[in-house]
Design a protein around this ligand. Sequence first.
Ligand SMILES: Cc1ncc(COP(=O)(O)O)c(C=O)c1O
Length: 416
Amino acid sequence: MSDPFFQSLFAERIGGAMFGKGTAIYKFEKIKRAKRKALADHPERKLLDFGIGENDVMAPESVRRVMADQINKPENRGYADNGPPMFKEAVARFMQREFGVALDPVTEVNHCIGSKTALSILPACYINPGDVTLMTVPGYPVAGTHASYYGGVVYKLPLLAENNFFPDLDGIPADIVAKAKLLVLCYPNSPTGKTATTEFYEKVIAFAKKNEVVVIQDAAHSLLSFDREPNSFLAVPGARDVGIEVHSMSKGFDMIGWRIGWVCGNPLLVRAFAETKDNFDSGQFIAIQKAAAAALDDAEIPKQTRAKYRRRMEKLVATLSRCGFRCEMPGGTYFLYTPAPKSFANGAPGGGPVNFENAEGASQYLITEQSICTVPWDDAGSFLRFSVTYEAADETAEDALMAETESRIKNLQPVF
Ligand SMILES: Cc1ncc(COP(=O)(O)O)c(C=O)c1O
């Protein structure tokens, strides 16, 4: 069959005339296919799904009640644009309560339809062809993808275990630094689980000032901090002179599907975001913003979410450690990022070793041979990501899931 006339019209950024013809299978699609196959090949074996990166429960009932009420109010029906002030004020109260950060709700806060959209919009504010965006890897790639769409260059900063999963800012070549406009960070870090220290943020601020780089700190996981009180980049003196922080209601408030978050920090940078955003969308439904404001005012919600994922993480770390994995409690997030085994000494069907070239190989073995789903990362060392967002109705169900995990991998004998 011949190509449609528009086959040659696709932009290079999505593959140009080759769009839709590629055969490469991307990581998450590979995982999905392997999951389907594991379920088909072993219907008797429960799939232990540590691959999901989404909260496992609905938003709290109190929040859903506000939504149910607000949805019927005619005054909520229109375009929200960059308003209403009520949500911005709730954000300002929240930032003060949780992080001790004082924000002017009028000039220093703007909502977004989830932090993903904010990260996709922000490069439009800064990136001309050839401009460099500094981004940590492994990580959430959205800002980099959009920077590339504008002809920008993404320079990757590997997060290595030997550097405590912080980027080596001093090691960036001078010609790259000279062209850099953006430094995109993410703490608590997804997927490494590292949380940021004040000293690290101070270093970032000094780097940004010296090299005239705008900092975008992705705080999507900010409320899931275990080794320190949840912290904000903006609480560090000087941060507001160099950057903004992007927040999300998805993780800490179990509001993944509601699509609500915000950008806050330096007023001119927030204004650039708001004015650019105005050309992308017309704002989130006001009923959602009102329900989100009610959630922000309830300090118990993030505490409970944090306690639940901390409890699950402690159980997972103990279980995997007993199985010979080299893991320790992450600083934050609901992800455990742990070195991938090079082999399982007792992993072959009749006994004997199975070897892996990389984390992807180990992950494929776990899903196909043990029906255990994980996400592999081979960007900076080989690691497996276990998420504790699996479905389990209560603590008894969590314990049963851990016991099943242990029984499947206890005898495999991981080798590192
Ligand atoms: C590091 C990170 N940033 C941003 C997001 C986007 O979150 P949302 O768009 O739901 O606010 C995610 C979601 O998985 C994430 O892991």
